[in-house]
Design a protein around this ligand. Structure first.
Ligand code: GLN
Length: 254
């Protein structure tokens, strides 16, 4: 599953954006690999080359990445990536501070926080890139979600037992309009610091919410080329229809 693939645009390339997907084998449940496919496709359609690197535990890490993705996993999958995450952690912390855009879903969101305390009492230390702390529960939070975010209304699907609390001053990714979110209590979902987004939303998240993809790609394109993002006007009627239908179903006309 490791390796590098290139996706070329139809016309001349405006530059190459390197996207690293962390731990595709251990941490990509509920279709989270789809986020990387959605990004690669959209990067191409905007006229750039997408270089997609699948990073497995123990492999050498691409410090020059312009964009990072991570998905969800079972508690056991999270434990399997811990050693590698600790090894590349300082690089990830430095890249986040430097403004590299990152999207971390569910299990990886938890590990980008301060710590994850599993229901069996195991403590998995996190990278502390997002100021959040997670505790496992017996009860799972499952179901469709709709959020109000800075990118507009975002839809997805959650399935987690971890209950996450934001540290003081930590901005959420969104406010819950429907669903459980971080903990089912405070109305927050995910976390966002600079260009790093953590979220519980599977679906996968990006195909139905291309405006989030474009926000990440815009930063990555600028880093990759040293020039402002030069987007193409992309139509995505299926994504729009899927999202709007889900919003109507979950929150009506609110
Ligand atoms: N194991 C974590 C939890 O249940 C993450 C689950 C996931 O990534 N879907 O909280």
């Amino acid at each position: 599953m490791s390796g590098t693939e290139r996706y070329e645009p139809a016309g001349p390339s405006k530059g190459t954006i390197t996207l690293v997907h962390l731990y595709p084998r251990e941490m990509s449940i509920y279709g989270d690999r789809g986020n990387t496919h959605a990004l690669a496709g959209r990067i191409r359609r905007h006229g750039y080359t997408a270089e997609v690197v699948l990073h497995d535990p123990g492999a050498s890490f691409r410090r020059d990445a312009h964009l990072l993705m991570g998905g969800g996993g079972q508690d056991s999958g999270q434990a399997r990536v811990e050693a590698d995450l600790e090894a590349i952690g300082p690089e990830l912390v430095a890249m986040a501070a430097d403004g590299v855009p990152m999207l971390m879903i569910c299990g990886m969101y938890q590990l980008f926080g301060n710590s994850f305390h599993t229901v069996t009492g195991q403590v998995l230390p996190g990278l502390g890139i997002l100021d959040v702390t997670t505790h496992g529960n017996d009860k799972r939070m499952i179901g469709p979600v709709c959020l109000e975010t800075e990118f507009g209304r975002v839809v997805g699907y959650e399935n987690h037992s971890g209950s996450t609390v934001l540290g003081p001053g930590q901005q959420p990714f969104g406010r819950v309009l429907a669903g459980h979110g971080n903990n089912g209590e405070d109305g927050t979902e995910g976390a966002r610091s600079g260009h790093v987004i953590g979220s519980y939303l599977h679906g996968p998240l990006l195909p139905a919410n291309p405006m989030v993809s474009d926000a990440l790609i815009a930063v990555a394109a600028e880093r990759a080329t040293g020039r402002p993002f030069d987007p193409e006007p992309l139509e995505d009627p299926l994504a729009t229809e899927a999202r709007e239908r889900q919003v109507r179903r979950l929150v009506g006309t609110r």
